[in-house]
Structures are given as structure tokens and as C-alpha cells.
Design a protein around this ligand. Structure first.
Ligand code: AMP
Length: 395
């Protein structure tokens, strides 16, 4: 059997893991530890069709990693692991691709934490714990930002005093890079074209959402910016706003700026507009039953998405395909149909029957005859992390 890669995605109170065969993409063992550090910390594990839940009672990341180690031992997978791959949110301008982790890289990831204070410290906990628990295995960092490092300056600069970029690194970075990179390659294969001769717009639509213009395998623009707040309307994030809203909201609700940003990250988007839910599927059901808030939330989501896709088209010399992915992109027949309708000027028209077929893991083209090409592609960020990790560990 091929060597497996342990993929780790560490949040501030969670640890997601999967032991993946980097060739087949099969996960032999996977799981999620949640509420770490609290009395009801637990680890939910899946192995084939078997699921089990392990209590970690007050356990933190160390306890979760030791429990994962134990499970890997018990299932005979420890000996098959060839490397550990870590999802890291922010690599700043330092990391333009995945990299083997040593003490210097660890310190540089720490330095990037100033740009992602909520995420990089949590990712580092996972790295440090795994380096201690799996000391004999190579460890690799795969960055959400790295794929977008190919953006030209006119796409990544904000029109603010230039010293804020040169002296403080304040620029657009973009996120979801592993997903955009993975689906771009899958879309090229679906189109039967080499990736290095493809002009694509990839729309990753999950609870977080971003779109990217990908030319010949390289990101040339994307909708997220310095932080994941910029761009599309998301589950709980506002996406683009007039920055003057920050002091206006602060005054209206008597909140300091950091709490306004928290409101824009956690209480806005589909949730804020609908007053009901951040979940697209729940909103579609409610809208069909006449809930006005759910309907307007979905309408704003689709309109803003179509507007951003049209905007990204200026980054490309032509457009070979629009690619839908993520929980919403892979499953919402309704969202895809609205967005394609609003993109009529760009030459898109939907094939309703093909669109209806592409749900629950079914991928494929959804455009009508004579239309510009639109595809549904299933993303797999963990597989891309496993592949990068495996390749770097071999080199
Ligand atoms: P993700 O963050 O990629 O897991 O995507 C989560 C989002 O996908 C949520 O808003 C879900 O409601 C949405 N989603 C999943 N399945 C469907 C579906 N069948 N129809 C509409 N939205 C869906």
C-alpha cells in the first residue's frame, strides 16, 4: 500500500485530521476534535463506515494529537505514515508555495501571524504539537495564500498611501488558494486542455466564499483581500462594504472598531441579511416557503457573486470556463442558475437538466449548447495538501 500522509488543520479550539493516500485520495482514517480545552472536548473519528466519539475531557491540542496518534497506532496506520501536512492560513509574501517545516520556517509562520492573528497561532499549535508527536516524520506547510502570490501588483495593491504596503505589508493576499488551485487543475482536465493553457474563473462557494481568475495555472486576481472579509457575500461575512460603514456602525451600536469588524465577520452575510441562518440550503427552503429575509439574502448573494465574476473577467485575455465549487457551488442548483442568468452578457446560458444533475458529488458541465462553458467541480483541499506534502517529503 502507498504511504499515507497525515493532514492536519488546526483551529483555535479544534483539530481536523485525515490519514490520506496521496495517490488515490482515500482517507483511511479521519476525524475532528472540537471544543478543545473545555469540559466537553471530544474527538469524532471516522474509519470506513465506522464512526466513534472519544471524550477528551478538558484536553487541549496535545491531548487531541495524542489521541490521534493512539488511533493511528491501533489501526496499524502509524507505520504507513510518510509525512505530516499542515494547512496554514497566512504565508504573507514569504511563502509562494508549500514548504518543509524547520525551526526557521516555524518562526516565519509565527511572523506572518500579525496578518492573521486568529488563524496562524492556531495553525502553529498544530505544527508544534505534531513536530513533537511525530518527530521522525517530515512536516510540510501548505498555505491558503500561496497560490495568489502570482497576482500582479495592480491586482494586489489597495489605492492607499504606498508606505502602508512597503512598510507594513498591507495589501490584498487572497485565501482558499488550495481549493482554487485544485479545482483549476480538475477543470482543465475536464476541458481536455493543459492547465498551462487555460483561462478560468473559479468560484469557491462555501460558508466562506471567494472567486479567482486563474490564467495558465496561476492566480491573477481574487476577491478576498488582506483578510477573508473582502469580496463576496458569505455565510456570516459581509464581503465588500464601504469602509466608512465601520465608524457609522460603531456609532449606531456603540461598539469599538474591533467589535464592528467582528460583527462584519460573524453576524453579517447571509445570516445578517436573512435574520435566520447562514446556511444556504436552509435559506432556500425558507425562501420557497415565503420568508422574505431568506429571499433577499440569497438575491444579494447571487447578484454580488455575478458582479464579482464579471469583474474578474477583466483579469483574463479570454474565458475558457467558469467553475463552481464548495458546498454551495457543488450543490445549489438554484444559486448556479441565478448566477448564470445574471451573466448572460458574458455569454452564459444554463442547461437546466445538466444543472439539476450536478449535486451531491456529481461534477460536470452545466451550460447550454452555444453558451460559454460552466462546470461544477468537487474540491478536495485535503488531497492537495496530501499531494504537496508527499511530493516535498520525497524530494
Ligand atoms: P462548505 O463550507 O463548503 O461546507 O459549504 C457549506 C454551505 O453549502 C452551506 O451554506 C450549505 O447550506 C451549502 N449547501 C450544502 N448542500 C447544499 C444544497 N444541497 N443546496 C444548497 N446549499 C447547500
Amino acid at each position: 500500500m502507498t504511504d499515507h500522509v497525515l493532514v492536519i488543520n488546526c483551529g483555535s479550539s479544534s483539530l481536523k485530521f485525515a490519514a490520506i493516500d496521496p495517490i488515490s485520495g482515500q482517507a483511511a482514517l479521519s476525524g475532528l476534535a472540537e471544543r478543545l480545552g473545555s469540559p466537553d472536548a471530544s474527538l469524532n473519528v471516522r474509519q470506513g463506515d465506522t464512526r466513534q466519539s472519544v471524550s477528551l475531557a478538558e484536553g487541549g491540542h496535545d491531548a487531541a494529537m495524542l489521541a490521534v496518534l493512539q488511533l493511528l497506532d491501533n489501526s496499524g496506520l502509524s507505520a504507513k505514515l510518510s509525512a505530516v501536512g499542515h494547512r496554514v492560513v497566512h504565508g504573507g509574501e514569504r511563502f509562494k508555495s508549500s514548504v518543509c517545516i524547520d525551526d526557521v520556517v516555524e518562526a516565519e509562520i509565527d511572523a506572518c501571524a500579525r496578518l492573521a492573528p486568529l488563524h496562524n497561532p492556531a495553525n502553529l499549535i498544530g505544527i508544534r504539537t505534531a513536530r513533537a508527536c511525530f518527530a521522525n516524520l517530515p512536516q510540510v506547510a501548505v498555505f491558503d495564500t500561496a497560490f495568489h502570490q502570482s497576482m500582479p501588483a495592480h491586482a494586489y495593491l489597495y489605492a492607499i498611501p504606498s508606505a502602508l504596503y512597503t512598510e507594513h505589508g498591507l495589501r490584498r493576499y487572497g485565501f482558499h488558494g488550495t481549493s482554487h488551485r485544485y479545482v483549476a487543475a480538475e477543470a482543465a482536465a475536464m476541458l481536455g486542455r493543459p492547465l498551462n493553457d487555460c483561462a478560468l474563473i473559479t468560484a469557491h462557494l462555501g460558508n466562506g466564499a471567494s472567486a479567482a481568475a486563474v490564467l495558465d495555472g496561476h492566480s491573477v486576481d481574487t476577491t478576498m483581500g488582506l483578510t477573508p472579509l473582502e469580496g463576496l457575500v458569505m455565510g456570516t461575512r459581509s464581503g465588500d462594504i464601504d469602509p466608512s460603514l465601520v465608524p457609522f456602525i460603531g456609532k449606531a451600536l456603540d461598539l469599538p472598531a474591533d467589535q464592528v469588524i467582528d460583527l462584519l465577520n460573524r453576524k453579517s452575510g447571509l445570516l445578517g441579511l436573512s435574520g435566520l441562518s447562514n446556511d444556504c440550503r436552509a435559506l432556500q427552503t425558507a425562501a420557497a416557503e415565503g420568508h422574505a429575509g431568506a429571499q433577499i439574502a440569497l438575491d444579494v448573494f447571487c447578484y454580488r457573486l455575478a458582479k464579482h465574476i464579471a469583474g474578474l473577467s477583466v483579469a483574463l485575455p479570454r474565458l475558457d470556463a467558469l467553475v463552481f465549487t464548495g458546498g454551495i457551488g457543488e450543490n445549489s442548483v438554484w444559486v448556479r442558475e441565478q448566477v448564470m442568468k445574471q451573466l448572460g452578457l458574458l455569454g452564459f446560458a444554463i442547461d437546466s437538466a445538466a444543472n439539476a444533475r450536478c449535486v451531491g458529488g456529481v461534477a460536470g458541465p452545466i451550460h447550454a449548447a452555444g453558451s460559454r462553458t460552466a462546470l461544477v467541480v468537487n474540491t478536495n483541499e485535503e488531497l492537495l495538501i496530501a499531494r504537496d506534502t508527499f511530493a516535498l517529503a520525497q524530494s
